[in-house]
Design a binder for this molecule. Structure first.
Ligand code: PGA
Length: 245
């Protein structure tokens, strides 16, 4: 049976006190959340508090990191600054708002691959690119930064169409399947069966309790990267209930 992973990208929605109160609610609902394949991505400043308050074994990740691991980089955060399981890289908000290029994302990806954390590389086309039938070539370009081999590391590719993020506009299952198939084919051309075994495919973009069951019928999906619905405890709980992870 496939084991679905739920990655909760809290973005900058929750401050320290809201993060802690979310964790207290998780702890109070141990039977539902314990031992589920859930990764929480608090903002950097809240990771310590989340780890300290969490009573159940869930994974914790960073939403982004610096390409450097140490030194004179004011305001930035090293992947090695705290022990975490996973790190998101190349999220469209980083690509668009912070103008991160493929080259920057490649450096960050390599930094994460050399650390103890596993990367979640986000890729996805804008609405304009979709309308111009450029989606697959955009995905290919974003995947061109992948390393030659994974050396036993776990890698996740999160397909997140930019136009679906925060918009409530979720692509059809057929469309997601077409994009994930193209990603999978690209990965097959790059990697050995052993490496392929260590790669997961996620979908992200307006996932919530109202669409999760429908999305689960896309067989290529191994997990979900959820933004706003993951930062609201009741909505998050409803998603976890419906996935039965
Ligand atoms: P959303 O965000 O669920 O709020 O659309 C998803 C993401 O940006 O990872």
């Amino acid at each position: 049976m496939r084991k679905i992973t739920l990655a909760a990208n809290w973005k900058m929605y929750l401050d320290e006190s809201n993060s802690i109160s979310f964790i207290h609610k998780l702890n109070a609902d141990k039977d539902l959340f314990s031992d589920k394949d859930i990764i929480l991505f608090p903002s950097h400043a809240c990771i310590r508090a989340v780890k300290d308050h969490l009573d159940i074994s869930l994974k914790i990740g960073m939403q982004d990191c610096d390409m450097h691991t140490q030194g004179a980089y004011t305001g930035s955060t090293s992947i090695n600054s705290i022990d975490i399981d996973s790190c998101i890289v190349g999220h469209s908000e980083r690509r668009i708002v912070y103008k991160e290029t493929n080259s920057i994302i490649s450096d960050k990806l390599n930094t994460i691959l050399s650390s103890n954390a596993n990367p979640i590389l986000c890729i996805g086309e804008t609405l304009k690119e979709k309308n111009e039938n450029l989606a697959i070539s955009v995905l290919d370009k974003q995947l061109s930064i992948l390393p030659q081999d994974l050396d036993g590391k776990q890698l996740t590719i999160a397909y997140e169409p930019v136009w679906a993020i925060g918009s409530g506009d979720v692509p059809s299952n057929e469309y997601i399947n077409e994009m994930l198939s193209s990603i999978k084919n690209r990965l097959k051309s790059l990697y050995s069966d052993t490496d392929l075994h260590n790669i997961k495919l996620f979908y992200g973009g307006s996932v919530d309790a109202s669409n999760i069951e429908e999305l689960l019928s896309v067989k290529l999906i191994d997990g979900f990267l959820v933004g706003s619905a993951s930062a609201n405890f009741e909505k998050f709980k409803e998603i976890v209930r419906k996935i039965k992870l």
